[in-house]
Design a protein around this ligand. Structure first.
Ligand SMILES: O=c1ccn([C@H]2C[C@H](O)[C@@H](CO)O2)c(=O)[nH]1
Ligand SMILES: [Zn+2]
Length: 137
């Protein structure tokens, strides 16, 4: 089964998830939401730590929540991300690599900000030629 997903729904979920961000160090709050091909939705926020290298981005929180609920590569339909940026937010390299592992390369990714900017891109466009192991999947 496949569902039609519109950017507004996921962007609204991402915006709501952003309110839960734990970002006492950067004060930069981010929210993300992912929808599965069978219509399940998972959201996430960034979660920081005093040991800065442990900070987890909203995109990975959302995707890892989905994996923890049983989702696997190929299950995802679209992802949205919202941050308080002047233009659409730009995911970090780590999140791009995680998207490349878990999501189809032509999967839409909607990048937004608090002021209504939305940029549609794809997983492959965000990280061309991503690292993969032949055994993964
Ligand atoms: O796309 C992004 C960019 C940054 N962050 C988080 C990581 C860190 O907590 C804070 C500042 O980089 O924002 C995200 O969650 N997603
Ligand atoms: Zn990231």
């Amino acid at each position: 089964m496949s569902v039609i997903v519109v950017p507004d729904v996921l962007l609204t979920l991402a915006r709501e998830a952003r309110e839960q961000a734990y970002a006492p160090y950067s004060r930069f709050l981010v929210g993300a939401a992912v929808m599965t091909k069978d219509g399940r939705r998972f959201s996430g926020c960034n979660v920081e730590n005093a040991s800065y290298g442990l900070c987890n981005c909203a995109e990975r929180t959302a995707l890892f929540s989905a994996v923890a609920a049983g989702c696997r590569p190929g299950d995802f339909e679209a992802l949205a991300v919202i941050g308080d940026t002047p233009g659409p937010i730009s995911p970090c390299g780590a999140c791009r690599q995680v998207m490349a592992e878990l999501c189809d390369e032509d999967m839409p990714v909607w990048l937004g900000n608090l002021h209504g900017a939305v940029q549609e891109t794809t997983v492959e466009a965000l990280l061309p030629g991503s690292f993969r192991l032949a055994t993964a999947g």
